[in-house]
Design a protein. Structure first.
Length: 340
């Protein structure tokens, strides 16, 4: 997996920079905000070298393409489109969630205000489609480009549906686990599933194989979000770049919190805690104690591992006996043990 990343991250980065270039002096600051979010420049728009993030979605796309016998070079525009779309969603998520820091730096809206950050995110959304259209120049058949475009568009809609539900849940006292799963299907799993499916599509996967690849991506996407939920409560801020317990203070309906709210013995106490008019960092030890009593960490991690296994089962359907030797399998195993 490391060798694959080292081989394909540089051409992916080149594709991203080509799509997000922006060459007109009058709009230099507009593209500068986008480049800042991507980690290419500092707040003064001076070039910097920063960790690029996991680039999980584009790498899954390129891996899937290769695993079904395709050339990842052809999938680079789609990989870039998926990464740009993901980053568009992060710019807008930071605004909607009020997060002032991401990846150990101030967020775009925290530096330049909400209106400019919304506009920068909108530009990234449009440029994601521009990136996808570059598939034709790589020799991808028109019918395949159209199929990828259809799946990509459906995924964009799913992202907004998931984000809508996520924000709506913050205003509700109670949310069912089924409602939560529907939310993360749109918010996270749809894009990861599409990343694998589009890569398989470009690589020439048969219809049944591509469907299994998409199920693999969706299952690990669900597990990935639950893992984020766990890290949002128990993660190390020096690793995650997010304040400890931030999801609790926002009353975010993540899976550990939902499990605690529905606990037969301690659920009332946790509901009473979250119903307080104001929550502050000083209240977090009490919340952590209640979560420990409900064994919500254990419950969430068990669900996460079950979903990762479902993803591996789908991958075996897609690749047969080659599955356990595949890069996609290795990536799923790595994701199960991540800390950020």
């Amino acid at each position: 997996m490391k060798q694959f990343s080292e081989q394909w991250l540089p051409p992916l980065e080149a594709e991203l920079r080509a799509v997000l270039a922006g060459n007109e002096p009058a709009t230099a600051a507009h593209y500068g905000m986008i480049h800042y979010h991507m980690g290419w420049v500092d707040a003064e728009f001076r070039p910097v070298t920063l960790p690029a993030g996991k680039r999980l979605r584009p790498l899954l796309c390129l891996m899937a393409c290769q695993e079904v016998g395709g050339d990842p070079v052809q999938a680079l525009p789609a990989a870039a489109a998926l990464e740009i779309l993901h980053n568009f969603s992060l710019v807008h998520d930071d605004i909607e969630d009020g997060d002032e820091r991401r990846r150990h730096r101030p967020t775009v809206w925290a530096l330049w205000g909400i209106p400019q950050a919304i506009n920068a995110g909108d530009a990234m959304f449009a440029l994601a489609f521009a990136a996808l259209q570059r598939l034709s120049a790589r020799g991808v058949a028109p019918e395949t480009v159209l199929a990828a475009l259809q799946l990509f568009t459906e995924t964009c809609v799913a992202l907004t549906e998931g984000q809508h539900l996520d924000m709506a849940f913050e205003q509700r006292a109670w949310v069912s686990v089924d409602e939560y799963m529907r939310m993360i299907q749109g918010k996270t799993a749809a894009l990861i599933g599409a990343s694998v499916a589009i890569g398989g599509l470009i690589g020439g996967a048969a219809q049944g194989v591509d469907a299994s690849l998409r199920r693999f991506g969706q299952s690990i996407g669900l597990a990935f979000q639950i893992q984020d939920d766990v890290l949002g409560v128990w993660g190390d801020p020096t690793v995650t770049g997010k304040a400890a317990g931030a999801d609790i203070l926002r009353r975010k309906k993540s899976l550990p919190l939902l499990h605690a709210l529905n606990h037969p013995i301690h659920g009332d106490a946790f509901r009473s805690f979250l119903s307080r008019p104001e929550l502050a960092a000083d209240d977090l030890p009490e919340a952590m104690e209640l979560l420990a009593r409900t064994a919500s960490y254990e419950y969430a991690t068990q669900q996460m591992h079950c979903l990762y296994q479902a993803g591996l089962d789908a991958l075996q359907e897609a690749l047969g006996e080659r599955a356990e030797r595949s890069l996609l399998w290795a990536t799923a195993q790595w994701l199960m043990h991540r800390q950020m």
